[in-house]
Each structure stands twice: as C-alpha cells, then as structure tokens.
Design a protein around this ligand. Sequence first.
Ligand SMILES: *Cc1c(COP(=O)(O)O)cnc(C)c1O
Length: 400
Amino acid sequence: MTLHDIFRATRAKFDLPEGVVYLDGNSLGPLPRDAADRVARMMTEEWGGLLIRGWNTAGWMEMPRRVGDRIGRLIGAPEGTVVMGDTLSIKVYQALASALELRPERKVVLSDSGNFPTDLYMAQGLIASLGRGHRLKVVAPEEVEDAIDENVAVTLLTEVDYRTGRLHDMKRLTRRAHAAGALTIWDLAHSAGALPVDVTAAGADFAVGCTYKYLNGGPGAPAFIHVAPELAGSVRPALSGWLGHEAPFAFDPDYRPGAGIDRMRVGTPPIIALAALDAALDTWEGVDMADIRRASIELSELFIAEVERRCPELAFASPREPERRGSQVSFLHPEGYAIMQALIAGGVIGDFRAPDAMRFGFTPLYIGHDDVIAAASILERILREGSWDRPEFKTRSKVT
Ligand SMILES: *Cc1c(COP(=O)(O)O)cnc(C)c1O
C-alpha cells in the first residue's frame, strides 16, 4: 500500500469542514468523527444513566492510566508509566519540582530560548516558590549541549521548537545530561503524534505533553506525564492531591504517595474530555509512526518547494534538512499576521507566531498532496494581488 492509500483511510475518520485546508493541527487537531458520538454516549449513557456508579462500573477512575498507556505506545513509554490529567503547564511544574528534589545540591535549570514560554514561566514560578537559590538558565537552542555542566540539576527542553519546527536530538542531549549527572525533562507538545518518539531508547527521565495538538483530543484535552520506571517510585510529587494518594478513599489526613506513576495524579480526572481523547486515539490504531514521518516529510518538502517557487518574498525560517525538523514549517514576512488572516479567509488555516512567523503544520492523517498545492497557490494569489492589505486583516485577535 502506498502512503496515499494508508492515509486516505485515516482522512475519512475526520470531520473537516468542506473547502478548508487545515494546516494548523499542530495547534488544535480537528474533530475525529467518532469523538462526537463517544462523548454524547458517555454523557447520556454513563453520566446520565450511571450517575456516581460510573466511577466504578464505567472505568472512569482507571481512565487516566488506561488512556496514558495508549499515549505511551506512541512515545515509546512502557505500560504503566504515563498518566493523564491537568494541563501541560501543570505537568511541567510537577516534573520540574520532582527533578529538582532529586538533585538537591544543584541549582541550575537549563532551557533554551526556543522553548514555549509557559515552560519557562512555570520554571520561574517554581523557583520563586522554592526560594532555594535555583536559577533558570536560558541559552540558544544550538548552545544547549555545551551549556550542560555539573551545575545543571535538570534540562527542561521541548523537542520540537513551536515557532520554527527545529528538532532537538533527544537521545544525544539526554546522554550528555546524564554524563554530567543532570536529569532530563522532555516536552513532547509538538512531537507526540507528529514523529516517532522513543522516550525509553532516549533514556528520558521525565516526558510531558499535551493532547490537543497532533493527538486531536480537542480544545483543552488533558495533558500527559511519563516518569521513567526506575524513578517513578522514588519521586516526591509536589502537587500532592488526593488522587495521587496511596489510598484516596481511606481519607487519611496525611499524604502518602501512590505507587509509581499514580502519584502524578492530582485531582478528579476530566472524564468527558478523556472520552473525546480516547476516541481520537482510535484513529492511530494500525498507523505506523514511521509512515507518518515519511508522509509528513513529503508534504512539508512539497510545501516548501511550492512556496519558495511561487512566493519569493517569504523567508523560509525552519531547518532545511527534514531530519532536523518536526512536522511544521514557518515562513517569515513583516506583514505575516495580515497575510495569515487573508489566507484563513481564503480557506487555508495556519497560524501566526509573533513577531513575524506564519506557521504551517503537516499532519498526514488528514492532509494530502492536493491540499498542499491548493494552500501554496492560494498563498501565491494573496501575495500577488496584495489582498492581505486591508484593515480587517490587521486587527489582532486574542488567539493568533
Ligand atoms: C502548546 C504548548 C504548551 C501549552 O501548555 P498548556 O498548559 O496545555 O496550555 C506548553 N508547552 C509547549 C512546549 C507547547 O508547545
């Protein structure tokens, strides 16, 4: 079977509006057809019919672990080492707090300037709350490797840069961190579902990610956290909520952490959102991440070639070599925001990241060659006609 055949079948599983080319699955994945039914059934049959009994009889309480295992299969994490809940910002905080306690004598959290701001903000907030003289050191992405020394307690890195798509070498940097005695936290926000990831082979200590981007779990879908099995039983959870307790329903006044990854649970899991995500994960059954990678490289290479040929005024801003990119590419233009709004009005949905990056995500599950050609040709027309140069395309919305 060709890639084309494989992905024609997955495309049919998504409910995309007619006439839209969706190149923003790196920000919010589209609706899987089954998710709407699944959520409706969960609401009426389980919530409506079972009421509180659903926690026991519909498996709600185990859902964060069961769905976590499904994510685990996409990122190379063994059974029982991934749990769902909260948002990615919270999971970054949990991982970082645990890591810093494992290296009490070290004071540096190392990150890079390509990291998504919330990861840096959470680190700043945690450091201030701890008040123990930690420091967040932020270097350029290409300087990370040399900045790993024996002062670094933990590296906090996002594998794929949200603006440019630049891909870190997770295995190499993890090896380097371990050699210096540091721990690693890998943020897989733009990796999970975008390319093959193997946290076990890389030796990652902690991995976190969201599920509303390439995993199509829906807006605000719960995040995941993975802790390496050899650490999971010894890390102290900073957010010691009752569902991470060894025996939540003993209602013990004193906290005792649950076994392994269970201690990374905090409070009551979002069952409706987990039902949508669980349905979304069905679209990955039988899909080989190596095929996803091959197809996403084909699509992005085609897009780059078409845009560079048709739109010479745009500056390509992602790594040239496809092996050094995730599944998204960016082009720069000083009027990028307005051009992107005109493009969206023309039916091609990408997004914009300040100050000047137009971002396009390639998700073979539902994007094909025809979409790529259509997107490039609409972009070319907007630039040639200057139709982006209108006031309505220049007013910034809250979400860009
Ligand atoms: C999308 C993204 C986030 C978002 O965090 P939320 O808490 O889910 O809003 C965090 N980190 C990275 C690297 C991201 O790409």
